[in-house]
Ligand binder design. Structure first.
Ligand code: AMP
Length: 287
């Protein structure tokens, strides 16, 4: 396994593999890898014969007051885990390599309009612009045929899908279902911030998603009632501060009042435990 740290070396490596006829997959991450990330790597293996995992904590997707500075960084451990999985390349650039003039001086952005108006985008202005910009850069650097993302970040997945379509990227996107702990909590690098008490209570996120799915299965079409079921579930955790509990159309990511049979919807929650912000979501086809 090679660890590549410069854009030029990564581009040269990817170009050489392409000339050999290899099919390249990219798994973009911010590191602090857990079983969820490793499942993405396995999915990448199924769709390609060369797997690159990028590890880059992207400053332009963090807002002021968010956890950029304290985001867990453990490159040596991550590299060891990826080597054991048979990954071909770890691309781990510095901030200066990705933003030579500094992130604040960046002038070129990739922004997918409208799809960030609700869910996380509403509360994290500029976040998805940072994500789509860095993913576009990573596509141009790692030159993948296939890119693998987690459906845990459902809004991110839909926004990147739209970017790929609108910009005619010749890249196949693979979405991997959320990998969970035994009690249902979606695995996340940010779970490491939780106190034991918060960790116990964090189970309410997946329970809220499940409550919404159950309400929908039972034929509830009023979004107000579905959201109420989610909020009641979240209220079982005294330490939880709910940022949002929403049901939106899965394509437009706009809120709906009533869900319609056959419609694809996205249910999402974001909850703070102290300074730690956790999200969960699910795509549901209305029966
Ligand atoms: P991150 O390092 O948090 O930026 O995540 C990198 C990729 O891993 C993203 O595509 C995430 O959606 C995905 N991911 C993170 N956690 C999970 C999980 N629990 N299950 C599946 N995919 C995940």
């Amino acid at each position: 396994m090679e660890v590549i740290q410069t854009v030029a070396a990564m581009q040269a490596h990817a170009e050489a593999r392409r000339r050999e006829g290899r099919r390249l997959a990219l798994v973009p991450t911010m590191g602090a890898l857990h079983e969820g990330h490793l499942t993405l790597v396995s999915a990448a293996r199924c769709h390609a014969d060369h797997v690159t995992v990028s590890i880059f904590v992207n400053p332009t997707q963090f807002g002021p007051g968010e956890d950029y500075a304290r985001y867990p960084r453990q490159l040596a451990r991550d590299v060891a885990a990826l080597e054991a999985l048979g990954v071909d390349v770890v691309f781990a650039p510095s901030v200066a390599e990705m933003y030579p003039e500094g992130p604040e001086a960046n002038l070129t952005w990739v922004y997918v309009e409208r799809l960030d108006a609700h869910l996380c985008g509403r509360y994290r202005p500029g976040h998805f612009r940072g994500v789509t910009t860095v993913v576009a850069k990573l596509f141009n650097i790692c030159k993948p045929h296939v890119a693998v993302f987690g459906l845990k970040d459902a809004q991110q997945f839909q926004i990147i899908r739209r970017m790929v379509r609108d910009l005619h990227y010749d890249i196949e996107l693979i979405g991997v279902p959320t990998v969970r702990a035994a009690d249902g909590l979606a695995l996340s690098s940010r779970n490491a911030y939780l106190t034991p008490e918060e960790r116990t209570q964090a189970v309410v996120l997946s329970q809220a998603i499940e409550a919404a799915q159950q309400a929908i299965r039972q034929g509830e079409q009023r979004v107000e009632a579905i959201v109420e079921a989610m909020r009641q579930t979240l209220a079982r955790a005294p330490l939880a501060r709910v940022q949002y509990a929403e049901v939106v159309d899965a394509e437009t990511l706009q809120p709906v009042d009533r869900i319609m049979p056959g419609q694809q919807v996205l249910i999402g929650v974001a909850v703070f435990f102290g300074q730690t912000r956790l999200i969960d979501s699910a795509f549901v086809e209305v029966p």
